[in-house]
Design a protein around this ligand. Structure first.
Ligand code: PGA
Length: 220
């Protein structure tokens, strides 16, 4: 199999954003007079977008409260987007290498698209990607296959020549349903058990490039 497109998850895959997400969650909780959460607790809530994150952090089903919480979270996170966030080791080099080898690249995140763009600009990787989309870009977010199918269509690449690289079950399930090969990243926020369905497992970014460039993908 020739890999023509690499579709990357963002939080927990390219960027370690947990510190800033935790601060934004705690800013939001303070606005409700609720106690703070630790980073390991917030880590378990990341993955299905900001609305789901604030709903679970606050422990409410009130749509009014969730909307207010979301506004507080997004406003704080927008102005503290990369105070503590950084790229995972090897990301910059890997993106350069993949770009040089002609692999088309996109980010498909469940984070708001505007926040994706902000953090990617701040960390200097936005220009490496032809397409950047977030949880609010399409009518459905991962684990729906829809964002992946829309992106490969826009790239003009068939799903079977694309690979989804991510750290959570949302990435693995979206990839499986889209007919895209999946690489599970062991360094992210998803637990070990979330990646059992992935076609490949990467322990570092070096593994990701080796799998993408050396033709070691299943079915090669
Ligand atoms: O912000 C989230 O909930 C998850 O974002 P991700 O899809 O980039 O991991």
């Amino acid at each position: 199999m020739t890999v023509r497109a690499a579709l990357f998850d963002l939080d927990g895959t390219l960027v370690d954003s947990l510190g800033d997400i935790t601060d934004a969650v705690n800013h939001m909780l303070a606005g409700f007079g609720s106690p703070s959460l630790t980073a390991p607790s917030v880590r378990k809530l990341v993955g299905k977008g900001a609305r789901n994150l604030v709903r679970r952090a606050l422990g409410t089903e009130s749509q009014d409260d969730i909307t207010r919480a979301l506004d507080l979270f997004v406003a704080y996170n927008s102005s503290h987007i990369a105070d503590k966030s950084s790229l995972y080791p090897g990301v910059r080099e890997a993106l350069q290498q993949l770009a040089e080898s002609g692999i088309r690249m996109a980010v498909i995140s469940n984070k708001h698209e505007a926040l994706c763009r902000l953090v990617m600009e701040a960390l200097g990787i936005a220009r490496q990607f032809e397409i950047i989309c977030g949880g609010d870009t399409f009518s459905e977010m991962k684990p729906s296959p829809l964002p992946l199918l829309r992106v490969v269509e826009r790239l003009g690449v068939p799903p079977y020549e694309a690979v989804m690289i991510g750290d959570s079950i949302n990435d693995v399930q979206a990839g499986q349903q889209a007919g895209v090969t999946t690489i599970g990243c062991a360094w992210g926020y998803g637990g070990e058990e979330e990646l059992t369905g992935a076609d490949h497992r990467a322990a570092s970014f070096r593994d990701v490039t080796a799998i993408l460039l050396n033709g070691t993908l299943a079915g090669c």
